[in-house]
Ligand binder design. Structure first.
Ligand code: FAD
Length: 950
């Protein structure tokens, strides 16, 4: 342990990490950079944060504040100590609706603040696209703005007070209104504050003229320091000056922000263009209608949206194949006024021949779909399975809106001259364009070209009076160009400002001033020597294991607190337990930044441990990172090196255990309840807090043989999974009832476990053999065109999704083609079902794999076809059980914590509702967490099906 680490550990109330894996996890954000810090401090209080800064100063080590690390410029990366405010310093300290302000700790997430404010019809003005994870501290330090900046401006317009910790640990309070007299009084102080206010005065005196002339006159600029704040108002607004300072002047520990009334209704007009430039040429005409926002997406993003599993069902508002969409948003306090504004806008556009089609959307759900496509723009661009990616280096160019068309014509011609393509989207209403040329960072020509392009494009930007950044800031990527963009004098003023706040240069160095060369610290570079990892699973569909890992671009979606991805972060609020952390750890090994032996180390095990293989990332991550597959591969590699724990063999081969125990099911069911059994299980690492699932007294395959056979020439195969066969034959029987009611003869092949538990435990050789048996068994049915229906979502989806990593055969493709979940199949035939009248509320909890790979539409649509039933999907993510995860001693509490996030409260809230959950683990978790019995869809339908009309 180093002296620094020792001192921190003994003096600071914080999570402190100096180990290699943590340091690599914290070495990335959403940029193309990677800087490995010396250590990470996650302070539990404001005092702990201040203490950390003081100790760092004592050791002459730099500090870098960090929120959600969604920044695109590398501004929250540093070689010294990273101070993560997001885990603990995330309380809303005060909300005052009368005076319209909120005081937040820096780690409060934008959407969390907005959710609180919405209860009283308020919101924070600026809304970044990353609002579901970006922190107020990061937003302040990046001077963030969102789509609606035309109306709300940027963070700088909303900050009223900041408590700032300087690099020497002193804490200063800054406000947004300081009269000249007050400023004078401050200058007379003989302390740090006095020094700072004197420096501000000197900068104002010396550089006013240059600030007036040289700062771009555009609606949005985040490059450089906000020196305009020194000259623009009668009163000095230091908060504005500090906004956008990227943590280089101090760390904000309390931020007072203005809050705004939420408009009651909103609607959008989507203008379709056959040429992007045509839209840009019309931007002033659009702006004359005073929309809240005008956003744009190009055809590349639209096309990727059409291909995306999450988005393709949500873009049916698209008309034809436009080259660009311009989305104008209007808001109001009443519907008729909104409609008048929208209609006037659309009519005016039509009369002036602006756009080939104008679509008006006022339904909130559809509006959300439109914004989802817009917000997913970047992720979609980054999801290409190749090293030539749409990366951010000129991704934030900003000019005045009236200059946009001219700028883009020159820019696109330039791009063409370099034979480069780019994805384009952005906040066109305020002239801010997100342009991402496709660059391969492993190619030295491309890296050279990237540098050249930054130089050349900055010339075009300067010619148009713009700035290199309209919202993302300078960070590591653009700071080196600040002297060129602002001129030597203003750059000198920036340096003076930095020295006034941080004379020792310890506060987040190398950002805004003294930026390193653009190609230093690249995450992936021509010098990267990749280590080939011999994988068991086939990653060729992802372009290889290395690319599968590198797909993570660090945008931090896995830090959101909604939907399924990523349960381990949702329950821990800890960066170390994100999908990003896991991908980055693997990448560090592949790229040779951590030694190969680290792959099978305890540190690596820890970062992968809480991944419960929910597959949420496979669809919710815009780059479709498939961490479940990587975790299975990791476990395989880890166990190959370290041996397979007995518990993993027991759980992974539950099929074998069930077969043996089912010979004497009564005895087994009695035994697992005894104190002795619990002690034995506990010794194997199985929690005594839970009851292991009992076995059915008769296996499904035995029971079904006794049933009268229904014959039909329409045949289906019911895949006999391990849980139906041994634990829940009643669900199998119910499914047969429903399928026969639909007029199908049901074929039940003999039981073969699909291998899901083995995959989850990394027993990949076993899983492969099991997969082969299943495919061999099913292929004759598939060849006859019989649908193969699965009751347990994770089992049938193992065939559809996981098997391609294990087998590469034509037979597999034939089988997969016929596989379907029970709800999908019933949904296609539901018109034939007749139900008893029941007046019920039905709440549905989806299995994670079902949500990720199929979605909940089929289940909901089947249930909604039942008359007089009120059906709702529970807004839950993962249940937390995740196969055997929740039964494992060290995971039990965490598993329950995941359940407590949303699922358990929702079940408790609906005491009288029928709970439907198709996943066997989900039903156990609901039972053990809430004492309620959930039903499989098949059971519920079988109970109420009255007659069939085949
Ligand atoms: C897909 C995508 C879309 C985006 N869209 C937008 C957008 O619409 N608008 C926009 O403005 N930005 C956008 N961004 C950039 C980024 O998400 C935002 O700027 C966001 O506000 C950063 O917040 P964060 O918590 O992630 O900060 P981080 O990335 O953690 O940090 C950002 C900067 O703030 C500093 N910092 C963090 N906390 C503090 C503190 N307490 N005191 C002082 N300095 C601190 C860091 O050192 C760093 O310099 C986008 C990024 C991505 C990946």
């Amino acid at each position: 342990m180093t002296n620094l680490e020792n001192t921190l550990r003994s003096a600071v109330d914080a999570d402190i990490h100096f180990d290699t894996v943590h340091c690599h996890v914290y070495s990335v954000d959403a940029s193309i950079y990677e800087l490995v810090p010396q250590g990470i401090v996650i302070p539990k209080s404001r005092e702990a944060l201040i203490h950390t800064v003081k100790i760092a100063k004592q050791f002459n080590i730099s500090v870098t504040p960090r929120g959600a690390a969604t920044g695109i410029t590398g501004s929250c990366l540093g070689h010294g100590i990273i101070i993560d405010t997001s885990k603990y310093l995330n309380k809303i300290l005060e909300i005052n609706y009368e005076q319209e302000y909120a005081i937040c700790e820096p780690g409060v997430v934008q959407d969390a603040l907005n959710a609180e404010l919405a209860k009283n019809g308020y919101r924070l003005g600026p809304d970044t696209s990353t609002g579901n994870r970006a922190t107020i501290g990061g937003m302040f330090a990046n001077n963030a703005a969102g789509a609606r900046s035309l109306f709300f401006g940027t963070m700088a317009d909303h900050i009223e007070h900041v408590e700032l910790v300087l690099s020497n640990g002193e804490v200063l309070q800054f406000q947004n209104q300081l009269t000249e007299q007050e400023w004078k009084a401050k200058r007379n102080q003989k302390d740090t504050e006095g020094r700072i206010y004197n420096a501000l005065w000197d900068i104002k005196e010396k550089y006013s003229h240059e600030i007036k002339n040289r700062f771009p006159h555009i609606p949005r600029r985040v490059s450089g320091y906000n020196l305009e704040a020194l000259i623009n108002n009668d009163n000095l607004n230091v908060c504005r000056l500090l906004s956008g300072s990227e943590g280089t002047l101090g760390i904000a520990t309390k931020i007072k922000v203005r809050i705004c009334k939420k408009p009651k209704v909103s609607g959008i007009c989507i203008i379709h263009f056959q040429e992007m430039i045509l839209g840009m040429q019309a931007i002033e005409k659009m702006l004359s209608h005073h929309p809240m926002a005008i956003e744009m997406i190009d055809d590349k993003i639209i096309e990727l949206g059409r291909q995306s599993p999450t988005l393709r069902g949500k873009i049916n508002w698209l008309q034809g194949y436009p080259k660009a969409l311009f989305i104008a948003e209007f808001q109001s306090d009443n519907q008729s006024d909104l409609e008048a504004k929208l209609n006037a806008f659309a009519k005016s556009m039509q009369q002036q021949n602006i756009g080939s089609a104008q679509t008006l959307v006022t339904e909130p759900e559809l509006i959300a779909n439109v914004w989802e496509l817009r917000k997913s723009g970047l992720g979609l661009l980054l999801s290409r399975r190749t090293y030539s990616r749409a990366i951010g280096f000129i991704e934030d160019l900003t000019v005045a809106p009236e200059q946009l068309a001219s700028f883009m014509i020159q820019f696109l011609a330039y791009l063409k001259s370099k034979s480069k393509e780019a994805g384009v989207y952005g906040h066109v209403g305020s002239g801010c364009m997100h342009i991402r040329p496709f660059i391969n960072l492993r190619s030295s020509e491309d890296v050279q070209l990237m540098k050249q392009m930054m130089e050349d494009v900055s010339d075009i930007v300067l010619k148009h009076g713009g700035a290199l950044s309209g919202e993302h800031g300078d960070g590591l990527i653009r700071s080196w160009l600040n002297k060129k963009m602002f001129g030597k004098q203003l750059y000198d003023a920036f340096v003076l400002l930095k020295q006034a706040f941080d004379p020792d240069g310890l506060m987040n160095p190398g950002k805004i001033t003294q930026g390193p060369p653009v190609d230093e610290n690249l995450r992936l570079s021509p010098a990267t020597k990749q280590v080939a990892i011999q994988t068991f699973l086939d990653f060729s569909a992802e372009g290889g294991f290395e690319l599968a890992v590198d797909l993570c671009n660090g945008n931090g979606q896995c830090r959101k607190k909604e939907k399924t991805m990523c349960p381990s972060f949702q329950a821990s609020n800890d960066e170390f337990h994100t999908t990003r952390a896991r991908a980055q750890s693997l990448r560090a090994i592949i790229n040779g930044k951590m030694p190969l032996k680290q792959l099978t180390s305890k540190g690596m095990y820890d970062v992968m441990d809480l991944c419960i293989e929910c597959k949420g990332c496979k669809t919710e991550c815009p780059s479709e990172v498939d961490m479940a597959k990587m975790k299975a591969e990791f476990l395989y590699q880890y166990q190959k090196a370290n041996g397979t724990p007995l518990r993993s063999t027991l759980f992974g081969r539950i099929d074998r255990l069930n077969r043996i125990n089912s010979v004497f099911p009564r005895l087994y069911n009695w035994w697992i309840k005894t104190a002795l059994a619990k002690t034995v299980f506990s010794a194997f690492g199985i929690t005594p807090e839970r009851q292991l699932p009992a076995l059915a007294l008769k296996r499904f395959s035995v029971q079904i043989k006794k049933q009268k056979k229904f014959h039909s020439d329409k045949k289906v195969v019911l895949f006999n999974d391990t849980f139906t066969e041994f634990h829940h034959p009643e669900i199998g029987l119910a499914a047969v009832t429903v399928l026969e009611a639909l007029g199908f003869e049901v074929i039940i092949p003999s039981w073969h476990c699909c291998g899901r538990p083995a995959i989850s435990k990394g027993l990949l050789q076993d899983a492969k053999e099991m997969a082969k048996k299943v495919v061999d068994q099913l292929v004759p049915f598939a060849k006859q065109g019989f649908p193969i229906i699965g009751l347990e979502p994770s089992c049938i989806l193992t065939l559809k999704d996981d098997y391609k990593g294990l087998l590469n055969s034509d037979e597999l493709a034939i089988v997969v083609n016929m596989c379907t979940t029970f709800d999908e199949f019933v949904d296609k035939h539901k018109e034939k079902l007749r139900f008893d009248r029941i007046n019920k509320t039905i709440k549905v909890h989806g299995h994670c794999h079902q949500k990720a790979l199929v979605g909940m539409k089929p289940t909901l649509s089947v249930l909604k076809s039942i008359p007089e039933c009120h059906v709702e999907e529970i807004d839950s993510g993962c249940c937390g059980m995740a196969g055997s995860f929740g039964y494992e001693k060290e995971h039990y509490t965490f598993s329950m914590k995941i359940g407590e996030l949303k699922l358990f409260p929702a079940v408790h809230k609906n005491e009288d509702a029928v709970i439907i959950a198709d996943g066997v683990s989900c039903r156990s978790q609901i039972d053990q967490g809430t004492n309620r019995k959930a039903m499989h869809l098949a059971e519920f339908l079988a109970e109420i099906v009255t007659k069939s009309i085949p």
